[in-house]
Design a protein around this ligand. Structure first.
Ligand SMILES: [Zn+2]
Length: 142
């Protein structure tokens, strides 16, 4: 990027112009904001709606090197979780998929809670996938 004061070309993550000393605080923030927007473009619908504002706030201030971690997490697709719940929910595969292994085992052993849990999960499993994604992301960038 370019120093707005003297035109000196600087690294994108510079906080001050090396030539005239102008702080790039505002530029730096809007640069991060655009990275956050980019992230949510490709990960829209992967996080709980009521946590998105808080996650955005956190992402605005993470270090540059945390971004690769944020992108390398294998996020659970809520839609796939729903399909698994629909077709193999009685085997607990949906709960395994969203990372809840012990719930998956119980669900498997009880044949999806004798069918009742399997039905209830159709309404819960997408939220469970989003919760798990939020937990993984916040763990990685903390
Ligand atoms: Zn300058």
């Amino acid at each position: 990027m370019k120093c707005p004061n003297c035109g000196q070309i600087m690294a994108d993550d510079s906080k001050f112009c090396s030539n005239c000393g102008t702080p790039f605080y505002r530029t730096y923030e809007s640069y991060n904001a655009s990275k956050v927007n980019m992230f949510f473009l490709s990960h829209n619908d992967k996080f709980p709606e009521d946590q998105i504002t808080a996650i955005r706030e956190q992402l605005l201030y993470i270090d540059e090197n945390k971004w690769s971690e944020a992108y390398s997490i294998s996020y659970k697709d809520p839609l796939i979780a729903l399909l698994l719940s629909l077709f193999v929910g009685e085997l607990g595969i949906d709960r395994f998929y969203v990372g809840q292994t012990s719930l998956g085992v119980i669900k498997l052993l009880t044949c999806g809670g004798f069918g009742i849990w399997a039905i209830v999960d159709l309404f819960l499993i997408m939220a469970a996938a989003r919760e798990e994604n939020a937990r993984r992301l916040l763990n990685a960038i903390e």
